[in-house]
Design a binder for this molecule. Structure first.
Ligand code: HEM
Length: 432
């Protein structure tokens, strides 16, 4: 009897839980909706390690085709450049960046209160400082990245005619560039094949943070589990390490910024290896502007590399490292198209979908840098937003673009490279 009552209560609790989560919020009835059950299907797809494109196709199937807007358990997702423009250009009085106080202990513990996570006066003053510091320093950045790329070639030299792991190499460059630039510190990633301890700790933290289950059930992080303790210890170790390098710069850097540059560079190199005709065209441009000697390009020379730049832009279009961006909480209702989004809504922008919208991009799934070369580009400015836009756009945009131009051009000067991979795709690199 007792067991029966227990079973009935538990069953009732589960049904109530599902009904509560499945219910569409009031005021948003006209927006296509991903129910809790559908969300479980999406989680299942993640669990099966489906790539980003496949998950997006599943979302589309679940909401019955392409929609400019849909509602999920995490908030309202905008898939349209005009809607993105409205949200991204709103002031803080209307749409506030929604990270500053999450309920996710795990997230807050790692990201602390750095520039990307603050709002109001604190954000304004830090952003002003960061903008001018990065602007000033960006003149030296090509030299910094160039020297590190030379170090990479020396590091690779013994294995020159053997396949190299390009993602690992780009990662080593990006970490060293960040270390040298931000802290004047050498991590030693280009001295030994071993992955430095700091990096393996960082990878572990990111893998826990990225777990879809923790996103859906954030309370898991509050439980007294061994895995939670391990995570908190890893953060202590990571922060301790950074503190040891230099105390004051700790919170100024966006801790995941080097990852985005690594992904972008790896995807570009993958496509260049896959399409030799593009590689040839890029190499011809690099040799025309830099000559045939292994040199570090100057800022002026980098500006002239139009085709290399188009490759970088096309990669950031097809594989934007932040595919869903800018979570905002509405402090006042806003109107996008025919929809009124109510106060307190959580909104985000689906850059991945916007970058592949056939209304703005011809053959959107085709990798084609040429589309960025034509001078009569009439496309909506908000159809290409890998760095977001408006006041909260990426502060490191110029820096990463410089780094990518330097590395790609120096790779072309170093020699031809071919695709040695079997079954690797840009999607797989992107999901790594
Ligand atoms: C390919 C490389 C990169 C991409 C695609 C990228 C993308 C982005 C995006 C989309 C945002 C807005 C995020 C949001 O609102 O949700 C952002 C913000 C930010 N990024 Fe980047 N980023 C890159 C590299 C970097 C680098 C190298 C740095 C550091 C030097 C950096 C520092 C920041 C900071 C501090 C913010 C927050 C700005 C603010 O809130 O005012 N990023 N980035």
């Amino acid at each position: 009897m007792f067991a029966l009552i227990f079973f009935a209560i538990t069953f009732g609790f589960i049904i109530n839980f599902i009904r509560k989560f499945n219910k569409k919020p009031e005021g948003l009835e006209n927006i296509p909706y991903i129910s809790f059950i559908s969300l479980l299907k999406i989680l299942w797809a993640y669990f099966q390690q489906k790539n980003y494109d496949e998950v997006e196709d599943l979302v589309q199937e679940l909401i019955g085709g392409h929609h400019d807007i849909y509602l999920s358990q995490f908030g309202i997702v905008l898939n349209n450049p005009e809607y993105a423009k409205i949200l991204l250009t709103e002031s803080e009085d209307v749409a506030i960046k929604y990270y500053s106080k999450t309920d996710n202990v795990f997230f807050d513990k790692f990201f602390g209160c750095g520039l990307s996570l603050t709002n109001g006066d604190k954000w304004r003053s830090t952003r002003k400082l960061a903008d001018s510091a990065l602007n000033l320093a960006s003149h030296q950045y090509p030299e910094v990245v160039g020297e590190i790329t030379m170090d990479l070639f020396t590091f690779m030299n013994p294995n020159l005619n053997r396949p190299i792991n390009i993602i690992e190499s780009m990662r080593r460059i990006s970490i060293e560039a960040l270390g040298k630039f931000a802290f004047g510190y050498k991590f030693g990633c280009l001295e030994s094949q071993e992955v430095p301890r700091l990096i393996s700790v960082y990878d572990y933290i990111v893998s826990v943070l990225g777990s879809p289950f923790r996103l859906v059930f954030p309370w898991i992080s509050e439980l007294p589990l061994e895995s939670n303790k391990k995570y908190l210890d890893a953060i202590k170790e990571f922060d301790g390490f950074i503190n040891d390098i230099i105390e004051t710069k700790r919170n100024e850097m966006k801790k995941d910024s080097y990852n985005a540059t690594t992904t972008a560079l790896s995807v570009s190199l993958y496509f260049l290896a896959k399409y030799p005709e593009m590689q040839e065209k890029a190499r011809a441009e690099v040799i025309r502007i830099l000559g045939n000697e292994p040199i570090i390009p100057s800022l002026d020379q980098l500006k002239e590399l139009k085709y290399v730049n188009a490759i970088i832009k096309e990669t950031l279009r097809t594989h934007p490292p932040t595919p869903i961006l800018t979570v905002r909480r509405l402090k006042k209702p806003i109107k996008v198209g025919s929809y009124i989004l109510p106060i307190n809504s959580t909104c985000m922008i689906n850059t991945w979908k916007i970058h592949r919208d056939p209304k703005y991009w011809e053959n959107p799934n085709q990798y084609n840098p040429e589309r960025f070369l034509s001078s009569d580009e009439k496309r909506d400015k908000f159809a290409w937003i890998p760095f977001s836009a408006g006041p909260r756009n990426c502060v490191g945009q110029n820096l990463t673009l410089l780094q990518q131009r330097v590395v790609l051009s120096m790779f072309h000067l170093h020699g031809a490279f071919v695709d040695h991979t079997v079954g690797l795709t840009a999607e797989k690199i992107f999901d790594m």
